[in-house]
Design a binder for this molecule. Structure first.
Ligand code: BJW
Length: 234
């Protein structure tokens, strides 16, 4: 590969074979829950117990899953790459983090969880973010502010994704953009390919099947991520 600066965007499909459900499959995560009820600030304000319970269950599920061959292939890439690699994940699981813990990255690597992290919580008053490993109560008192409560550190619909300035800067200077396991249904992540393209990068979609945005990419590689991701990067 002759590229030097990479931006890799991942979505739920990269964790699917680890046993983490995707969002928009027919058996997807939101089945049984209206998305407005569990993944919007309004849903949280209306029923914090339901929302905390939903994320408590998902936090517990994380203990039962492991990084798969696709996460490991990206960790190996990050360990040997001589340019910059920005790995932007929409996933709130910690499977990338765990894969990179086992295979420490080269200095040009960075990982951004643009939609937040299940294993973090945020004070509603001070905005302070801290690690969170167990269950959260609906009115979980904040250790950071006398009138705050702790909410999941998750970017819900209508909220601003994290680290957008840093992501956009990296997109404008990348020469290879690879989108892995994401349906491209949610913005602003779905628009990253257009920025990378405008910056002159080669753009590649890796997914189980071509997405509705396939035409936006120069190339595509289709099949399960545990096969296609190692085949592309190793
Ligand atoms: C496999 C596989 C295998 C399966 N191997 N592949 C422009 C136009 C229209 C609307 C908007 C717009 N801009 C903003 C909006 C509004 C909204 C939005 O996008 N709405 C759409 C529904 C239209 N966006 C927002 O509100 C965002 N905020 C925002 O835009 O703020 C303004 C702003 C922008 C820029 C700068 C500053 C301000 C926030 C979005 C937050 C998204 N949050 C969620 C939920 C988190 C809570 C939770 O986890 O419960 O994040 S939504 C959900 O979707 C989750 C995911 O990260 C995200 C993306 O889903 P993903 O990862 O693509 O999963 P799937 O299931 O859709 O796809 C999986 C894919 O994998 C499939 O293609 C499979 O085929 C594939 N696959 N197995 C390989 N083994």
């Amino acid at each position: 590969m002759s590229s030097r600066n990479l931006v890799i965007l991942t979505g739920a499909g990269i964790s699917a074979e680890s046993g983490v459900p995707t969002f928009r499959a027919s058996d997807g995560l939101w089945c049984g829950h209206r998305v407005e009820a569990v993944a919007t600030p309004e849903g949280y304000a209306a029923d914090p117990a339901l929302v905390q319970d939903f994320y408590n269950q998902r936090r517990r599920q994380l203990g039962q899953v492991e990084p798969n061959a696709a996460h490991v292939a990206l960790a190996r890439l990050a360990a040997r790459w001589e340019g910059d690699v920005l790995l932007v994940t929409q996933n709130v699981d910690d499977l990338h983090d765990r894969a990179h813990r086992d295979t420490p990255p080269a200095p040009g690597f960075d990982l951004i969880h643009m939609h937040g992290e299940l294993l973090k919580a945020r004070c509603t008053r001070s905005g302070v973010v801290s690690d969170w490993f167990g269950d959260m109560a609906p009115d979980q008192a904040s250790p950071h502010h006398p009138h705050g409560v702790m909410r999941p550190h998750i970017v819900w619909f209508g909220e601003t994704p994290l680290e957008m300035d840093r992501i956009e800067r990296a997109l404008w200077r990348c020469d290879l953009f690879v989108s892995i396991g994401t349906s491209g249904a949610v913005y602003p992540a779905a628009g990253f390919v257009q920025i990378a393209k405008a910056a002159g990068a080669r753009t590649v979609e890796i997914n189980l099947e071509p997405t509705a945005g396939r035409h936006l990419f120069d190339e595509g590689a289709y099949g399960p991520a545990t096969r296609t991701v190692p085949a592309f990067f190793d």
